[in-house]
Design a protein around this ligand. Structure first.
Ligand code: LHQ
Length: 263
């Protein structure tokens, strides 16, 4: 395995980012944040990009912040710096990217590792994977959007117990509670993830990006405002070549060949 903290590959518009510090369960250090930021920059600039897959190398997905380089012996650390410089911009970039992001949780996810997965659009976990907020074990609060994502996804009662008790949820329970989309048996995990990614790589990307934006924004809108946003966005989608192609393909009873473009 290469020592680069992030592996990034592209295949037919499908970008794969692999967190690559397996001996630390892919915990984040500055080098990994910088490499991930650079990979996202390349994806944002790629006009042919259709989908992003985020996963981890080895037996873990991501154990959150790397605690091994934290020295608390010389007085208190300013823990607002990490969120301000790294985690908050990362969550904002993932949630606002105009492409679908699939997160394949290949193993244990803890702390910010969980919440970064939740910032992705479709979360698929190996049945053997687990999720823990971890923050409460070291006297911290959930960050990377955890306080926002958790109650919305699993309800306030579950969010509070999950956070305060710091229990490890297995992937099946995470699915049942609505935290993730799907838990998949380990034996079929890679195949399922590949099917989802290839379906999204051939989809009408502009429309998917707009749907993602509307659903994410709707969490803080009134129904009236959401209806207006849908109307305005439908106008833009209706002008896209993929809408015309989708309708033509439906009438001709064939598979649509989408470009993913807005015009
Ligand atoms: C690790 C880590 C790790 C370093 C496992 N660091 N080495 C952002 C910025 C600002 C403020 C603070 O907060 C944040 C965000 C955060 O994410 S804070 C929360 C940080 N994460 C944690 O507290 C999780 C700590 N890790 C664990 O609780 C366990 O390791 C989990 C539950 C993830 C996995 O447990 P196991 O499957 O039993 O594995 P393990 O504990 O044996 O870990 C394997 C190796 O990975 C081990 O190294 P070693 O050399 O002994 O084999 C761990 O030391 C290392 N590792 N997490 N975060």
């Amino acid at each position: 395995m290469s020592e680069a903290p992030i592996l990034h590959s592209v295949d037919n518009g499908a970008h794969t980012i692999t967190l690559n510090r397996p001996d630390r369960l892919n915990a984040f250090n500055v080098a990994m944040h910088d490499a991930l930021g650079a990979a996202l920059g390349r994806i944002e600039a790629d006009t042919d990009a259709r989908v992003v897959l985020l996963t981890g190398a080895g037996r873990g997905f991501c154990a959150g912040q790397d605690l091994s380089d934290r020295d608390t012996s010389k007085g208190p650390l300013d823990l607002s710096i990490g969120p301000e410089r790294y985690y908050n911009p990362l969550v904002r970039r993932l949630t606002s990217l105009r492409l679908p992001i699939v997160c394949a949780v290949n193993g244990v996810a803890a702390g910010a590792g969980v919440n970064i997965a939740l910032a992705c659009d479709i979360v698929i976990a190996k049945r053997s994977a687990s999720f823990s907020q971890a923050f409460s074990a070291i006297g911290l609060v959930p960050d990377s959007g955890g306080t926002w994502f958790l109650p919305r996804l699993m309800g306030q009662a579950n969010a509070l117990a999950f956070t305060l008790l710091n229990e490890r949820l297995d992937a099946t329970a995470a699915q049942e509670l609505g935290l993730i989309w799907k838990a998949v048996d380990d034996a079929t995990f890679d195949e399922t993830v590949a099917e989802v990614v290839s379906k999204l790589a051939a989809a009408p990307t502009f429309g998917l990006g707009q749907a993602k934006r509307l659903i994410r924004n709707a969490a803080t809108l009134s129904l009236d405002a959401a209806l207006d946003a849908e109307r305005d966005t439908q106008k833009a989608c209706g002008r896209s070549p993929d809408y015309s192609e989708g309708v033509r393909a439906f009438k001709e009873k064939r598979t649509a060949q989408f470009t993913g473009r807005s015009e």
